[in-house]
Ligand binder design. Sequence first.
Ligand code: SF4
Length: 379
Amino acid sequence: MTDARDLRRALLALVAPAQVGEPLAEGLFLRHASAELGLRLVIETEGREVVVEVDAIGEGRPHAARSRHFTFGYRLGDRAAPTDGALGQRVCARVAEIAAENEDTVVAAIAASSTRDERVRHVRGETLLEPAGQGDERFYTLSPYVGCLIGCTFCYAPSRLDPLRRLAGLAPAPWGSWVDVRVDAADVLRRELASLPAWPIKLCPIVSDPYHAIEARERATRRCLEVLREHGGDRTVLVLTRSTTIVEDAALLATIPGARAGVSIPTVDDEVRRHFEPRAASIEERLRTLETLRAAGVRTFAIVQPMFPGSVEGLAEALAHRVTSARLDVLYGTYGATRELAEPRFAHVPDARWQEEQRAAIAAAIERRGVKVWPGELP
Ligand code: SF4
């Protein structure tokens, strides 16, 4: 069966014979390969890490090199260590040369593999923890699910996942209508915890919400938390959701030494929330969720992203006694929310200056109330 996780194997076949942890070519070392949020190779060269993003021809992504079937782009680093453009081009060109040797076999194997085109698929994979962050702030993301049944229109995940589904030969399906369940997530996590650095772990929505509706049946998130309780040590574990189902794991979260649980609250105005996140929990439910978690002894936080209209002071007041810290960030793209944002009352929302001003105003209001604002990706 071909699935997004098997595409990692296809990605490795594309750059064969190198495996992760081996030289890819002279001066290039393959650090990581992932198919979770697009096809991604992390390559170390000249003391730097270059992230190479691989796409099928026709996806229209910016790229630095191409082969007959694929394009190769490189991701810019953070401001502290920007990726050198010429270096990125050179790496992409070399990877494209290697891929050109292998791609006919890889494309034929993907086309020949039988695909079960179901809305809920139970899948397996070789890896689970995805390295992220830069410099001193390295962490892993952990996603027991790929695909999210909450289906927020502004979510950027489908922009990366839809090309993977096309490559795997799956029929188009609206975001919010499909999910891949990692049935082996807990087993893979147990194995990885024994061998990887003890970086913080974030179960924060990137490709799915850890507590979207199917968690009530599958419990893939709960099984991962149980593994983290037994084998995760005292590392920071962050769990973020837009759902109330997390309260069913409040007692479990309270027993994980480094755990913090939080909810996304981009506005205190539930009418605005309903406009953009109609299938997520109401604001009142999210606030009650924070209270329940806190009462169970779990440290709580909030993520305010993106900025939506709503009372700044009202949001700060709502969070003041329910969380100890918060992260705030702006909107980075409209993605599927073009129609929602087209309404005149939301016309200002995509404006970068408004996003930044709202972020600064909320940050000041919650800090005045004693809530710590995260300086970066971690508390
Ligand atoms: S809950 Fe998170 S992962 Fe799910 S659709 Fe909304 S933004 Fe995307």
